[in-house]
Design a protein around this ligand. Structure first.
Ligand SMILES: [Zn+2]
Ligand SMILES: [Zn+2]
Length: 341
């Protein structure tokens, strides 16, 4: 399995884990609608999507007259907690958070026939709500609302107003709606982006560096090849020479037989080629096209370059001048000067 495939699988695994984890944290908001008659018989209707269904609550509608516990507004006291029973008109218990578990509060109302339970948050928490967990109180609609709204309804009911409440499903919300998750996702996104950019910068820098090394090496080899070519023997073929005598002698680069008057280069391995054919070849490949003999090694040019570099002295020109007069190849005179500095 390739490294890329492994990375993709890992990414998929992380994503599916995140999706699975997120699915478990989805919660439903509840639309809470209240209506009551004011002193002058005017009916007030209010509604907001400000409730959150409990984790163990059925996602269903519920409605009825809002009813407060008899004593403690937290609804934890001994039975019976409410002045209601199952034969009363439909009613919804409004209890404050605290003192006992959500399950206990909800069960106390359920046992007396409530059609739903609304828990409002503690003082000072404003409009915030919790995705409450009540594993021991099932099969009854239970939602939580904020303290501000809860207190408003509480006061109305306490003052003897009949408040009718209707609870309906709002919309699903995931962890991505949560501020904490937004922070977390932003930071994760930033880290992943930064890591990716760093990785690509590193890879690009590395490639550029290697390219630089490769180019320098190519340049060095080319200049060495030029020096080597200058030392090769160059002949002008004459009528009667062995090479012009028969068609069996031909240049392996252009596959043409030799003619009198043509200029040829003799490599260190004694193979002969047209000068114009072999010089570009040697600049690129530095080996004989027929026997693969390395002309840099054969002429000792590579060793000279290494020695020159290790001694840290200006490039030694003596070796070149020593051979300069042996052969008549002066094609790279100017460039050779440039190489030697
Ligand atoms: Zn040729
Ligand atoms: Zn050869």
């Amino acid at each position: 399995m390739g490294e890329k495939t492994q990375h993709r699988l890992l990414l998929l695994l992380c994503l599916s884990g995140l999706v699975h984890c997120s699915a478990g944290m989805v919660f439903w908001t509840a639309v809470v609608e209240i209506s009551y008659a004011k002193n002058d018989n005017e009916t007030v209707d209010k509604y907001c999507e400000c409730g959150v269904y409990g984790r163990n609550s059925p996602l269903a509608k519920a409605s009825g007259i809002v009813t407060l516990p008899k004593g403690d507004p937290k609804g934890c006291g001994p039975d019976p907690v409410y002045n209601r029973n199952s034969s009363s008109p439909a009613w919804i218990a409004l209890v404050k958070r605290g003192n006992c578990t959500f399950s206990e509060k909800i069960n106390a109302a359920k046992s007396q026939g409530a059609s739903g339970v609304v828990v409002y948050n503690v003082e000072g928490s404003g409009n915030s709500t919790t995705h409450m967990s009540h594993p021991d109180a099932l099969e009854i609609v239970a939602i939580m609302i904020g303290n501000t709204q809860g207190m408003e309804i509480f006061k109305l009911v306490k003052n003897g107003t009949d408040v009718h409440m209707h609870i309906d499903m709002g919309s699903p919300h995931g962890p991505w709606m949560d501020t904490y998750w937004l922070y977390f996702l932003s930071i994760a996104f930033f880290i992943v982006t930064a890591a990716s950019i760093t990785y690509f910068v590193f890879i690009s820098a590395n490639r550029l560096y290697n390219l630089g090394i490769h180019r320098r090496a190519e340049k060095r080899l080319k200049s060495e090849a030029k020096r080597a070519i200058k030392r090769l023997q160059v002949r002008t073929l004459k009528r009667g020479d062995e090479e012009t005598a028969s068609d069996s002698h031909m240049c392996a680069v252009c596959i043409e037989s030799y003619k009198a008057g043509e200029v040829v280069t003799v490599l260190t391995c004694d193979h002969i080629f047209h000068k114009a054919c072999i010089e570009p070849w040697l600049l690129e490949r530095r080996t004989c096209p027929m026997c693969k003999c390395d002309i840099l090694k054969a002429l000792g040019v590579e060793e000279e370059t290494k020695e020159t570099l290790s001694v840290e002295s200006p490039p030694d020109a003596t070796v070149i001048t020593r051979h300069q007069h042996l052969y008549d190849n002066r094609a790279f005179e100017g460039e050779s000067e440039a190489v030697r500095g």
